[in-house]
Design a binder for this molecule. Sequence first.
Ligand SMILES: Cc1ncc(COP(=O)(O)O)c(C=O)c1O
Length: 349
Amino acid sequence: MSTNLMYFDRNENQYGPAPACFEVLRNAEIQHMSFYSRDFVRGVKSTLSERIAEVFDIPENFVLLGYGGEDILKQTVHCYLAEGEKIMIPSHSWWYYKSIADEVDGIKVEYPIVEGETSYEYDIEAMRAMYTEHKPRVVLISSPNNPTGNSMSREDLEALLDFMSDTVVVLDEAYWSFANATDESLGELHTRYPNLLVVRTFSKYYALAGIRIGFALMGRNLTQLAQYSARYLGYHRLSELVALAALDSPDYYRDIAQKMENDKAMFRDRLGVLPGFKVFNSEANFVLVKIPEEIKATLKEALTAQGLIVKFMNEDLLHSHLRITLGTQEQNRLLADAIVSFMEQKAGA
Ligand SMILES: Cc1ncc(COP(=O)(O)O)c(C=O)c1O
């Protein structure tokens, strides 16, 4: 097996963060590491939460910070979902949602995500019907969703939020920004929907998974969560400075996002024509590819032997699928070459 492993399996960003982020670490000073933040004296969480509030034009006290989206999702479910209460989650989605619901002995109600011609789609009518039937305490929506890569349109989202006004709606937008250069007035959503929590992260688009920072915009009725998550002594100061430097580097990140858009098209063009393959549209930094079930084991073996580590899905609903996290352009080309040549050899055998 090759010793140079390339990871296409973890939804990390292989391009790495903007140069300005490394500058922050080179210029670190004693107070960034040895002293607590004094921002609480000023009545705000931190300079990062202030900056986020400014970006989305909402008051700072509605910005929540956490150790990645993971932490915020977990806190939210632990705060609102009691034993025996129901949480609606997508049928095809990040396994972790189920895990946090189980931690509090919540009841999981899975709503469908339906396979379409070119992408998976939310079934809004089915969601409404299940909401009416189950009266969940929490509804979790992932957009773009992992591993399907599909998003919920703003129109559908607003229709649902109007309908689901007496529950906590958590919108996980960990993969936002790759396909969306603008933020489409998220602040306005925040103002209109007091039970909505929008969760974002610096891990994906900003390539900062290792510094563990996520944030959320918290609707004004979610004061219980504000109290639950408050951290008197502050947050990770150096990580926050790195995150601020990332926010100051929009051109660097748009360039990467454009490269990823081109590579998604490349995967569609090259893999989409292979027999039995289907490449789904994606608004995230990964693509989902359906493959013939019978080649799963041999393809995995062939790719692993070349050091190309791809996620072969092994779930009830997604078991003949690969999820390819986009690497750099060169890495993506190598992977596409390897899959195409595997199929050519198979055809010639
Ligand atoms: C859908 C989704 N939400 C949230 C996260 C959490 O990421 P982080 O905790 O790094 O912000 C992930 C990580 O893979 C994810 O796939």
